[in-house]
Design a protein around this ligand. Sequence first.
Ligand SMILES: Nc1nc2c(c(=O)[nH]1)N[C@H]1C(S)=C(S)[C@@H](COP(=O)(O)O)O[C@H]1N2
Ligand SMILES: [Mo]
Length: 479
Amino acid sequence: MLSAALGVAAAELLAAATRPAAGPLVAVGGAVIDATPTPVKEFAVRTLGTYDKPVLLGSIVLVLLLFTAVVGILSAHRRVAVAGAAVFGIAGAAAALSRPAAVAYDAVPSLLGAAIAGAVLMFWAPAVPAAPGRRRFLRTALLVAGGSVVAGTAAETVKRIKGGAVAESREAITLPTAADPAKPLPGGIAPGFYSDKLYRVDTALTVPRIDAGAWRLKIHGMVRNEMSLSFADLLGRPLIERDITLNCVSNEVGGPYIGTARWLGVPLAPLLAEAGVDAAADQIVARSAEGMTIGTPLGTALDGRDTMLCVGMNGEPLELEHGFPVRMLTPGLYGYAGACKWVTELELTTFAEFDAYWVRRGWAANGPVKTASRIERPQPFARPAAGPVTVAGVAWAQGRGIRTVEVRVDDREWRKAELLPVPSSDTWVQWRYRWDATPGLHMLSVRATDGTGETQTEQRATPYPSGATGWHSVTVTVE
Ligand SMILES: Nc1nc2c(c(=O)[nH]1)N[C@H]1C(S)=C(S)[C@@H](COP(=O)(O)O)O[C@H]1N2
Ligand SMILES: [Mo]
């Protein structure tokens, strides 16, 4: 177990210094995420929320400890031990090479780690039975354990220093003001319109850390003029600023994976016009630094909506976890279909030619947002006093807008809620309804009608494969 710890720590150190994504723990974790069947992934996200990643890494360490313990018990014979180390090394290397953004030498950290673990076992294991007592065993054990701690700490330190440099480069950025700024809201912005903290959903086990100065975006594929843009090139173009609500297709009815922010970015349509897109193309495949692929229908970049390459959010450069330095944003599409974070490449292609990451896993190729609504107040199982109670929440149908929101108490009639002003059809709408609450157990339900006049269906659907449907309800006891 100790020799494995030293091997893993050494591999992590080498990876941290050269290619962070090639570290065995993150590589195996990434491979596990990609290989996990969709229902299991859904279950993990539902039950663990944002703890899914620490839990996964912890499980990998646990499995590693278990396996190494078994190999250790079987390794009175040193060949078994060395073979065990080789198996771990090859597994780590294979995982690193399976990463979509991998290069051939990403195998090196795991293989080197395995070689170190193997060497320790070769020179140490035979000495153990022959040792005159426990003292020599303990001394070597301490040495190896100490080495692992030093290498592990060094790996963490290297990561922290590199991460700090990227964070500093982010802080040094001054964003230009938008040529086309966001519209002021009629009547001002009500509290809660902007999310305090935008939800985070991605497959990245560690947040990619990209230096804005070194970042480039390549536009290629079915275009006449391939383009390569730097971050400064983007900032030099006319910027737009928009309030847009982003939500995740994995959001359950009433769920938390939705939020609104003020985004600053470069509209995509003029860039694509400069690139000269082939008339036969129908898909933009956005690729990110860590190898995600997100397929966005080309039409959604050209139909007049504010599809953009974002550089700013709420007056600041993007947060690292929300895609720094640049991400895509397509109003009206779920994140998996239009909001590639850490984007480095836009390839013009066709849907017939290429299935993006989530499409390969059975999710719908086009990801239009479904009309939905949520009750935020009162909370489930609240115990409000009888009398006037404010029922409030949000409703959304980005692109189509919300025409009406209705609230129902138990199985009485649907009643119209009051809608607060919005800057455009691309954000959620805040609504409220004054309820004269009577004592007892009550169920409150909400449904919205979008700008085309279509009302949310009551029919329940799971998030997979194209977004949840059904009315959100909350049960409360009025005292
Ligand atoms: N590179 C990358 N971009 C990504 C994802 C991802 O896993 N990797 N997830 C997508 C999904 S499913 C959603 S819902 C949004 C979430 O964006 P946020 O984390 O900034 O809220 O990012 C999208 N962009
Ligand atoms: Mo998502």
